[in-house]
Design a protein around this ligand. Structure first.
Ligand code: TYM
Length: 332
């Protein structure tokens, strides 16, 4: 059975990009593979920068756990865990930092983009070494497949490079993972700015569909989605980013190939309306389940504890294998 691992940061409300790019695949794949899904709160520290309200990250972590179960991860099947509760992530991360090079980290587009946006502000070393912690997340679980959106492609590539380098230096230790992306929805764009990916860090919420938005809000956001003036429904990411994004979302939600959607629409209005309806039918039921899960924090915590225990067992045995491969003195 292949091992699947993927993670998400508790940095704010989950949006449609997260759902179509990653979560849908996690749910679909949980029966076929041995699935591990982490809520990566330590990664979120690279964005929080320590300021703000203490305790916020903790509550966002629990809310995200509820969302992961609400979208359909079954706690009896998939292992949902909290990264900071499994100390092996931080420990392996250091070894990964010593296996990845400064040059490789410097080439990461995410680091270049984020540090450019924060020019003149505090940029933590953690933002730079982020891919080492992400490699640790993946390699600790001997993951074969990592279902992620397109924006994580480079991070999974560097993980592969690091795993291959480590295995070469110290002998076969890690499984070399591969990224898996959905056919449609791998890169959901902002409805107001379809040349930028849908992201929690956008300056306004108008182009972001949040999982907990109600139906009327979703309809309004789609109605106002930016398109273009030529009036032709055609998939062309470069020339027609807004229309292409709507087609991509509709395809991801309905499973209809983009080619047949292109020929079924001649106007933008009906395309927007159907995209909104398709999104509502996919995420609508999630809201009710999320509410039920959040109403019983004790049960939610119990589910996370079970996931943590399962994750810890795997992580501890991989870390022991790594220590022995490196040749550290066995614990005394
Ligand atoms: P994060 O928390 O930003 O996003 C979680 C998942 O959602 C996908 N995603 C998108 N997919 C399509 N369109 C979008 N607009 C969009 N926005 C987000 C992301 O690709 C991701 O799959 N570095 C990771 C978290 C991480 C991780 C890992 C992932 C840490 N360790 C190990 C996989 C394996 C991140 O920041 O994802």
């Amino acid at each position: 059975m292949s091992r699947v691992l993927s993670c998400i940061q508790p940095t704010g409300p989950v949006h449609l990009g997260n759902h179509l790019g990653a979560l849908i695949n996690w749910v679909a794949g949980q029966q076929d593979g041995d699935a591990y899904h982490g809520i990566v709160d330590l990664h979120a520290l690279t964005a929080h920068e320590g300021e703000g309200s203490p305790g916020l990250l903790g509550s966002q972590t629990l809310e995200l756990a509820a969302m992961l179960f609400a979208v359909g991860l079954d706690p009896d099947v998939a292992t949902v865990f909290v990264q900071s509760h499994i100390h092996e992530h931080s420990e392996l991360s250091w070894i990964m930092e010593c296996t990845v090079s400064y040059g490789e980290l410097s080439r990461m587009t995410q680091f270049k983009d984020k540090s450019a946006k924060r020019e003149g502000e505090f940029i933590s070393a953690g933002l730079f070494t982020y891919p080492a912690l992400m490699a640790a997340d993946i390699l600790l679980y001997d993951a074969d497949e990592v279902p992620v959106g397109d924006d994580q492609r480079q991070h999974v590539e560097i993980t592969r490079d690091v795993a291959i380098r480590f295995n070469h230096r110290f002998g076969e230790t890690f499984t070399v993972p591969k990224a898996v992306h959905p056919k449609a929805g791998a890169r959901v764009m902002d409805l107001q700015d379809p040349t930028s990916k849908m992201s929690k860090s956008a300056s306004t919420d108008a182009g972001i569909i949040f999982m907990l938005d109600d139906d009327a809000v979703i309809e309004k956001k789609f109605k106002r989605a930016v398109t273009d003036n030529d009036g032709e429904v055609r998939y062309d990411r470069q020339a027609k980013p807004g229309v292409s994004n709507l087609l991509d979302i509709l395809s991801a939600c309905t499973g209809t190939p983009i080619g047949s959607l292109e020929s079924s629409y001649s106007q933008y209005g009906p395309l927007k309306k159907d995209a909104a309806e398709a999104v509502i039918s996919v995420i609508g039921p999630v809201r009710a389940r999320y509410g039920d899960l959040m109403a019983d924090r004790g049960e939610l915590t119990r589910l996370v504890r079970i996931g943590n225990e399962r994750a810890r067992t795997v992580a501890a045995s991989t870390l022991a294998r790594v220590h022995s491969a490196v040749g550290l003195l066995p614990r005394v």
